[in-house]
Design a protein. Structure first.
Length: 143
C-alpha cells in the first residue's frame, strides 16, 4: 500500500513539473482542476527561424555516399534508413564493409549531409550489424 501512495505521489509530482495534467479518476477523484488549454511552445518556430519545406520535386539520391548509422526507433517496422542524404523518400541499396546488402527506403532526416543516419531494426538485422554499435554503410541508388 505504501508503494502505491508513493507511486501516485511521484506521478503527480512529475506531471506537475512537466505541465502534464492527470485525469482526476486516476487519483481517485482527487487532483487539481484541469487548465483551460495546454501550451506547446515546441510546435512554433522561434523568432528569426526560417521554416523550409522539402521540395517534392527535388532530385533523388544520385551516386554513392558513405554514412555512419546507428539503430533508429525499434518500434517502427520495415526496412528503412533515416538520413540527411535525401530530401524525399526513395529506395536505395545499402551495403556494409562485410558485403552484406539490403534494398530499403531512405527517409529524409534533418541535418547536414555529413550527419549520421539511423537504420531500422529490420535493416540492422538484414545487414547483420550489431544493434548497439555504430556502423559505416555505403548508400547506392537502387535500380
Amino acid at each position: 500500500m505504501r508503494m502505491t501512495v508513493i507511486s501516485l505521489a511521484s506521478i503527480s509530482l512529475l506531471a506537475a513539473c512537466n505541465g502534464i495534467q492527470l485525469n482526476s479518476s486516476i487519483l481517485g477523484g482527487q487532483g487539481a482542476p484541469a487548465a483551460a488549454e495546454p501550451q506547446d511552445p515546441v510546435l512554433q518556430p522561434g523568432p528569426g527561424v526560417d521554416v523550409v519545406e522539402a521540395d517534392p520535386a527535388a532530385p533523388s539520391f544520385r551516386g554513392s555516399a558513405t554514412t555512419v548509422a546507428s539503430l533508429g526507433d525499434p518500434s517502427l517496422p520495415g526496412l528503412w534508413m533515416e538520413t540527411p542524404l535525401v530530401a524525399a523518400e526513395q529506395q536505395a541499396l545499402v551495403r556494409t564493409s562485410r558485403n552484406t546488402q539490403v534494398v530499403l527506403t531512405l527517409k529524409p532526416a534533418p541535418g547536414a549531409e555529413s550527419g549520421g543516419s539511423r537504420l531500422s531494426i529490420g535493416a540492422m538485422r538484414a545487414l547483420q550489424l550489431p544493434l548497439t554499435e555504430l556502423a559505416e554503410v555505403q548508400v547506392l541508388p537502387s535500380g
